[in-house]
Design a protein around this ligand. Structure first.
Ligand code: SAM
Length: 237
């Protein structure tokens, strides 16, 4: 998959693309990240990419023409990072992960000229109800949440058991050593009994979701096993 990211601050992405799982995904060819410097598409001698807002007021606005020019010849969905957009969630990341190519525009200052949104943007995505200085971090968040779902990037059974993928929060995780002072790992995890471990994990997952994010359970179609576990959980807590 190819993800184009339009930004005024390309340097912010150097760590993102050169470390850990994203770096591996790029090196293996599963992911291409194309950082596009909006300033390369400016046309005046000062390379002006932003200007004061019509009507007056604080802040600067990213000019339309450089962004429109940068978008020329680019294929696929165009996303604008915006606190006013739909909230990013796992379902949306899953949907985007099957696209061949997407483009994410990172706004800055007061945002981008609305005419770019009217003409070219398919979807505005927010990463939460707060305002950041720019869309670079949201662009990384969106790209990262998609990248880990691409074939060969991480194991499928690893992301499928992660929070939200199947509508529940993940179960707790432990690693060696089994004992740290009087802190012990739940015994079941040392038993080697895979079926029981799976049941324990499922129940912990349900329990966490029930206690921390009951909203996720509201429209869930429970299996018989889950219903039984949930009844037990309600008695236990
Ligand atoms: C300071 S913000 C502009 C906020 C805009 N004036 C508003 O109130 O809706 C600058 C840029 O950061 C990005 N941004 C800020 N908060 C965001 C969020 N919660 N989700 C996605 N993008 C965000 C957007 O690209 C935005 O254009």
């Amino acid at each position: 998959m190819k993800i184009n990211i339009l930004t005024l601050f390309p340097g912010m992405f150097s760590g993102f693309t050169s470390e850990s799982i994203i770096k591996r995904a790029i090196n293996s060819g599963s992911l291409e990240i194309n950082i596009v410097d909006i300033r390369d598409y400016t046309f005046d001698k000062h390379n002006t990419a932003d200007d004061t807002p019509f009507g007056g007021g604080a802040g600067m606005v990213l000019k339309a023409e450089p962004i429109l020019k940068a978008l020329e010849g680019i294929d696929g969905k165009v996303i604008y990072t915006s606190p006013q957009g739909v909230r990013l969630n796992q379902k949306l990341s899953n949907e985007l992960s099957v696209e061949k190519e997407i483009t994410i525009i990172a706004g800055h200052y007061e945002g981008i000229d609305e005419r770019v949104i009217d003409e070219k943007v398919d979807l505005e995505i927010s990463i939460g109800d707060f305002v950041l200085t720019g869309g670079e971090l949201p662009a990384m968040v969106i790209a990262d949440s998609i990248a880990r779902l691409l074939p060969g990037v991480i194991k499928q059974d690893s992301y499928e058991q992660d929070s939200f993928y199947n509508g529940l929060l993940d179960h707790p995780h432990y690693t060696r050593p089994a004992k740290i002072g009087d802190l012990e790992v739940p015994e079941i995890l040392l038993s080697g009994h895979h079926k029981n471990i799976e049941l324990w994990r499922k129940k912990e997952s349900l329990k966490r979701t029930y206690l921390r994010r009951p909203d996720l359970l509201e429209n869930r179609e429970f299996t018989k096993e889950e219903k039984k576990m949930l009844d037990e959980i309600k008695k236990e807590v």
